[in-house]
Design a protein around this ligand. Structure first.
Ligand SMILES: [Zn+2]
Length: 78
């Protein structure tokens, strides 16, 4: 397992996400952004918009995705 924080994934807080793959932590971040924004946290709105924009434009998103995968690969195991 590895850990990436909300902040490392483009968000504003230090909440850690744990996963075996970059895809798992990206999905966890996606859920986290939706949850906290639904809960009324304005600090995460920008990050949620970015995430939604990425899903709508998968080609433009590819560089971010690849970079996130590289960052994840470079992390030490928990
Ligand atoms: Zn967060």
């Amino acid at each position: 397992m590895k850990t990436m924080t909300c902040k490392q994934l483009g968000g504003p807080c230090d909440l850690p996400h744990h996963g075996e793959t970059a895809d798992q932590v990206i999905k966890a971040q996606d859920r986290h952004l939706k949850d906290v924004v639904a809960g009324g946290d304005p600090a995460h709105e920008g990050a949620l918009k970015e995430m939604k924009r990425r899903w709508r434009h998968p080609i433009a998103n590819m560089e971010w995705y690849k970079q996130t995968k590289r960052d994840f690969a470079a992390l030490a195991e928990d």
